[in-house]
Design a protein around this ligand. Sequence first.
Ligand code: SAM
Length: 251
Amino acid sequence: MSKSSHNSDYLLGVNQQELERLQFQHSVWGPVTKKFLDRIGVQKGWRCLDVGAGPGFVSIDLRETVGETGEVTALEPSEFYLDWLRKQTAEQKWKNVHCIQGVAEQASLPSHHYDLIFVRWVIAFDEGLSLYPHGGIWDKMPDIVRSYYRSGGGDAYVVARIPAIFKRCGLRLVDFTPTCLSGGPASGVMEWAHRFFSVHIPLMADKGVITRDQADALLADWNAHRQNPETLFFSPLVVDVAGVFQEKFRH
Ligand SMILES: C[S@@+](CC[C@H](N)C(=O)[O-])C[C@H]1O[C@@H](n2cnc3c(N)ncnc32)[C@H](O)[C@@H]1O
């Protein structure tokens, strides 16, 4: 999402409120990730790298799967998030969860070591995001979110380039599965969106991606939809993508 190695430049910020948003996000999207990891066939004893792990919600799930004989390494620029993960792993008395502070572009990592290199919500893709009934300023939101991610160095179309990148790196594409979650005002997915947009619409105005008046209008439109029992929110597509080196191909 950001190429910067400085936490202060990271678009979505690093703080307790964002940590709690990520935790809620994991409660909504964790089952999608779990199905993906089940399809890949992560097994006991695997060595896993969680890139841009944040507070390590997936690292913790991976540790549950790989057990005592495996290994999980969380690579993450934020010491704040890594400290949270260190605290959880100390409470569990896990000795095989490691933390590396750094960014993916610069981290020094062993080659041919990991059975799984996992990345979630670090590179973003913004197809599919929509809110019904249509007709208000919120219809512009997909373009606004793309501009917001671009302002932090992101590429909202990155997933379309991944199969070609895998090919160049000698990886065979074995999974490419888009998921869209949808629900009304009382659903987990709409609450997840609310926790993102109520914080980030004002920040989009701070960054000059939209004007203050647009931010106010977007929030008013969003809140009106939250009051309307006929509202349906469709999440952005989350695309699970997996590639394997031939010698690791287990199917
Ligand atoms: C939206 S959070 C997702 C956290 C976690 N992967 C999850 O699914 O809960 C994105 C994380 O990526 C980290 N990040 C941002 N730029 C990065 C980079 N260049 N290399 C590695 N991690 C990065 C951020 O610090 C943040 O913790």
